[in-house]
Design a protein around this ligand. Structure first.
Ligand SMILES: CC(C)(COP(=O)(O)OP(=O)(O)OC[C@H]1O[C@@H](n2cnc3c(N)ncnc32)[C@H](O)[C@@H]1OP(=O)(O)O)[C@@H](O)C(=O)NCCC(=O)NCCS
Length: 166
């Protein structure tokens, strides 16, 4: 299975309080819908995820699909509340990133989404995941460590974390 064939594949479901959450591979024809989700994020959340606050993420999402990567979305009642991307960097290495809508952070959705993303990466042949996180982003660092990432390098303005996916 290739990363770009995850369109529509169910990866996880969960219940958080009264919230039903479903995580699945997104399809290329959903780029506008996912970009709309990104447009609704706060500047702080966008900055923590992308280190800039550009509000039109369509070109980025197109690049993810063109590079053979995958977008994984968390939805509740048909609404996107989180998105994660895995982008091939070399044959078995891929970069991952995740974001949860401001209104839904701190509820466990990031964990469900990240685990689903890593599962997707693993079944598509990725053997090592890499993530870049800002040093003060304790929530993301904590989540990354919890799912098994370890710090490979503190680059000063950025922390590089890696996770082997045997
Ligand atoms: C990082 C992010 C994806 C995590 O998703 P989330 O749904 O908010 O996180 P979760 O609720 O799943 O919690 C993950 C862990 O962070 C912990 N956490 C929650 N709030 C925290 C805080 N203010 N400070 C430190 N840790 C915190 C949680 O307790 C949980 O750890 P636990 O399992 O020990 O309880 C989300 O906060 C986000 O979108 N942040 C902005 C974008 C970003 O930073 N992306 C990561 C860089 S690629």
């Amino acid at each position: 299975m290739r990363l770009d064939s995850l369109c529509g594949v169910d990866l996880a479901t969960g219940r958080i309080g009264s919230l039903e959450v479903r995580v699945r591979g997104a399809c290329r024809d959903e780029v506008d819908r996912i970009a709309e989700f990104y447009r609704g994020l706060s500047s702080e959340t966008l900055y923590l995820r992308f280190m800039n606050v550009s509000r039109d993420l369509r070109p980025y999402l197109e690049r993810v699909f063109s590079a053979g990567g995958a977008v994984v979305v968390a939805e509740s009642q048909g609404k996107i509340i989180g998105s994660a991307e895995v982008v091939p960097a070399s044959r078995e290495l891929a970069e991952v990133g995740v974001v949860v809508h401001d209104d839904y952070q701190g509820m466990g959705i990031g964990r469900i989404l990240t685990r689903a993303l890593l599962k997707a990466a693993r079944i598509t042949g990725v053997r090592r995941a890499v993530a870049y996180i800002l040093p003060g982003n304790f929530r993301a660092l904590r989540l990354a460590r919890k799912v098994g990432f370890r710090v490979e390098e503190n680059m000063g303005d950025m922390i590089k974390l890696v996770l082997d996916l045997p």
